[in-house]
Design a binder for this molecule. Structure first.
Ligand code: ZN
Ligand code: ZN
Length: 362
């Protein structure tokens, strides 16, 4: 399998873009990380038809030289000097920049700098879309990192089950999960962990509060670890002691919807169809209670392309990693969400999440 940088070079060589382009300049942190495998807070990746460079400053230079294999590492001194050299060497005329990575001031600086060097920056969404498409399909190495991040997440969930009890606050639970993840080797959490219980459970992106877990509560934990620059994402809802018939019915409706979406997720399926598989099931019994998308891609960002959303017409391809996370939220009462990460295979999908989805009563 070609690396992402090699695929970008192929695009330049094939001249398949609408715009004239003899190089790509990537500056957003997430896409720099994606192309180099190296996290950094500054720099850029320049890809030409036959070469690629990672420009980074003194703070990262030595480590980058050791770790980055996809690009030649260049010590960034004065940016205009660095680019002067590269523009001359590759006779660059049109440099396609990444729109999402540049604010207006940077875009103007690059435009003026390249103009002085006799080249032009091309500002369109083309490169952004190209990278989004490449990133959606994971390489085996990327998959390995996502799986490792998910293993920590599964282990953190098993751990919290052993200590979760009435009287603990939502914040304590979130903190305990984060502490466990970091002790297990995670570089951090994939996002601010969500732990909501009882009536707070209807706030699907609620912030863990000082509320104490009470008997009869449903507790929703949306958790994920960050490892080697890659994210994981999982949600489980568990019951404290005995639950009402309604709570248990809602749980099983969400679970059926989640399983229906996973069943529908295979190569060739359209993302909106997968969303519909879950949504129809929930709307039948609980209309208006499921107000977010069924899932999102995961990789160097926690939310990336594509989405299991009613408006997403992307077709699933082997290699994509996407969450499946329907929920039902009853304001003032409770909420349930169940989320797995799945990997699209040649024939269907593989579930990357190992934690049980049986309704656990603690
Ligand atoms: Zn989540
Ligand atoms: Zn998610």
């Amino acid at each position: 399998m070609k690396t992402a940088v090699e695929q970008l070079q192929q695009v330049l060589r094939d001249r398949v873009l609408e715009q004239e382009a003899d190089a790509f300049l990537v500056t957003s942190p997430q896409n720099r990380l994606y192309l180099t495998g190296f996290p950094s807070s500054a720099g850029g990746v320049l890809v030409t038809r036959d070469a690629s460079y990672f420009l980074t400053d003194f703070r990262y230079f030595e480590a980058a030289q050791r770790q980055v294999t996809s690009c030649q590492v260049v010590l960034m001194t004065r940016l205009s000097d660095n680019f002067w050299e590269l523009v001359q060497r590759h006779k660059l005329k049109h440099v396609l920049v990444e729109n999402a990575g540049l604010n207006l001031a940077d875009a103007r600086n690059y435009r003026e700098m390249f103009a002085l060097l006799g080249a032009q920056t091309v500002e369109t969404n083309t490169l952004d879309r190209l990278l989004r498409g490449l990133r959606a399909v994971k390489t085996p190495q990327e998959l390995k990192k996502i799986k490792a991040a998910q293993s920590i997440t599964d282990a953190a969930f098993s751990h919290i089950l052993t200590i979760l009890r009435p009287g603990m606050t939502e914040r304590e639970i979130a903190l305990e999960i984060e502490f466990f993840m970091r002790k297990s080797g995670a570089q951090g959490v994939a996002f601010d962990l969500i732990v909501v219980s009882g009536a707070n459970g209807s706030l699907c992106h609620g912030v863990p509060s000082e509320k104490k877990i009470a008997p009869g509560d449903l507790v929703t934990m949306d958790i994920g670890a960050l490892l080697d620059g890659y994210h994981s994402d999982m949600t489980r809802t568990v019951g404290m002691g005995s639950l009402s018939e309604e709570q248990s019915r809602v749980y099983h409706t969400v679970l059926s919807a989640q399983l229906a979406a996973i069943e529908a997720a295979k190569p060739g399926a359209v993302c909106s169809q997968v969303d519909k598989a879950a949504r129809d099931l929930i709307d039948k019994d609980y209309p208006g209670t499921f107000g977010h998308s069924t899932g999102h891609g995961v990789g160097v960002e926690i939310h990336e392309w594509p989405n299991f959303a009613p408006s997403c017409e992307e077709v699933l391809r082997p290699g994509m990693v996407i969450t499946v996370e329907p929920g039902i939220y009853l304001p003032g009462k409770f909420g349930v969400r169940i989320e797995d990460m799945i990997f699209i295979t040649e024939t269907g999908c593989e579930n990357l999440t190992e934690s049980t989805k049986e309704l656990l009563l603690l």
